[in-house]
Design a binder for this molecule. Structure first.
Ligand code: HEM
Length: 244
C-alpha cells in the first residue's frame, strides 16, 4: 500500500493581489473621487431636469399631468431608469461616506491633511458639512418618494383617457405650511451640498485647472442656489394661492 502525500494547497492570494482591476479602482482614492464625481454630475442633471419638469405646473394641471403621463409611458425604459437612478444614489452615498471615514481616520492618526486625489482642498462651510447635508438629503429622498411617487393615486380625465392626477397631489401637499417649510429647509441644504459638490465633481474628473477653478467655484454656487430656488418656486406659489 502506498501512502501518497498530498501537496498543501497553494496559499490563497492576499486580497490585494487577487483583486480585479475594477475592485482595485473602487478601493483607490482616485477611484472613489471619480465615482462620487460622475454619480454626482448624473444626479445634478436629474435634479435640473426634474426641477424644469415641475415648473410645468405653472402652465396648468393638464400640462403637468400630460408630462407625467408621457414619462410613465416609456414603460420598461422608465422602470430601468428608476432602478439606475436608485443605484446611482446608493453608490454616491456609500462612496461619499467611505471618503468621509477615510479622511476622519487620517485626521485621527495625526495627518493634518488628507491627501485628496482631487487636488488641493477648498474648505468652506458647505465642504465641511457634506456628510450632514448628504445624510439629510438621503432621508428626504425616501420621504419624497413616499409622498409623490407612491402617494395617493388620484385620477382625472385627459384627452378622453383616465390618467393619474399628480397635479392635484402636488397642490394639496403644498397647501400645508409644514411641507412648504420642510421643503425650504431641505432645498437650502441641497443648495449647500451642490455648492461644494458641483465644482468638486468637476475637479475630481479632471476638468479644472488653476486658471478656471475660481470660475468653477462661482458657477457651482449659481448651480446650487439656482436649482434649489427653481424647485422652491412651486411650493411657495401653491401655498400663496398663485397656482391652484
Ligand atoms: C418642490 C419640489 C419638488 C416637487 C414638487 C417634486 C415633485 C415630484 C413628483 C410629483 C414626483 C412623482 C413623479 C411620478 O411619479 O411620475 C417626484 C418624484 C421624484 N422626485 Fe421630486 N419633487 C420636488 C423636489 C425634488 C428634489 C429636490 C429631489 C432630489 C434632488 C427630487 C427627487 C425625486 C425623485 C428621485 C423622484 C422619483 C423619480 C421617479 O422614480 O420617477 N424631487 N417628485
Amino acid at each position: 500500500m502506498t501512502n501518497t502525500l498530498k501537496a498543501p494547497d497553494p496559499k490563497p492570494e492576499s486580497p490585494k493581489t487577487a483583486a480585479s482591476p475594477l475592485l482595485r479602482f473602487y478601493r483607490s482614492s482616485m477611484g472613489k473621487k471619480l465615482i462620487t464625481g460622475f454619480t454626482g454630475l448624473a444626479l445634478v442633471t436629474f435634479a435640473l431636469a426634474h426641477m424644469v419638469g415641475n415648473l410645468l405646473l405653472f402652465v396648468g394641471r393638464d400640462a403637468y399631468n400630460a408630462y407625467a403621463l408621457l414619462v410613465s409611458n416609456f414603460g420598461v425604459v422608465y422602470y430601468a431608469f428608476e432602478v439606475a437612478l436608485t443605484a446611482v444614489v446608493l453608490l454616491h452615498a456609500w462612496v461619499g461616506v467611505e471618503i468621509f471615514w477615510r479622511k476622519r481616520q487620517a485626521r485621527l492618526q495625526g495627518y493634518s491633511t488628507y491627501q485628496s486625489a482631487g487636488g488641493s482642498s477648498y474648505q468652506t462651510l458647505s465642504s465641511r458639512t457634506m456628510i450632514i447635508t448628504g445624510s439629510v438629503l438621503a432621508v428626504f429622498w425616501v420621504t419624497h418618494l413616499m409622498t409623490f411617487r407612491y402617494g395617493t393615486h388620484y385620477t382625472t380625465e385627459l384627452g378622453g383617457d383616465t390618467v393619474r392626477d399628480l397635479a392635484r397631489l402636488v397642490i394639496e401637499t403644498f397647501q400645508s405650511l409644514p411641507y412648504v417649510v420642510g421643503y425650504t429647509v431641505v432645498l437650502g441644504l441641497l443648495a449647500s451640498h451642490l455648492r461644494h459638490g458641483f465644482w468638486s465633481a468637476l475637479q475630481s474628473i479632471g476638468l479644472l485647472n488653476r486658471e478656471i477653478r475660481p470660475l468653477a467655484y462661482g458657477t457651482s454656487a449659481v448651480v446650487g442656489v439656482g436649482i434649489a430656488a427653481g424647485f422652491l418656486l412651486l411650493p411657495w406659489a401653491i401655498y400663496l394661492g398663485w397656482v391652484s
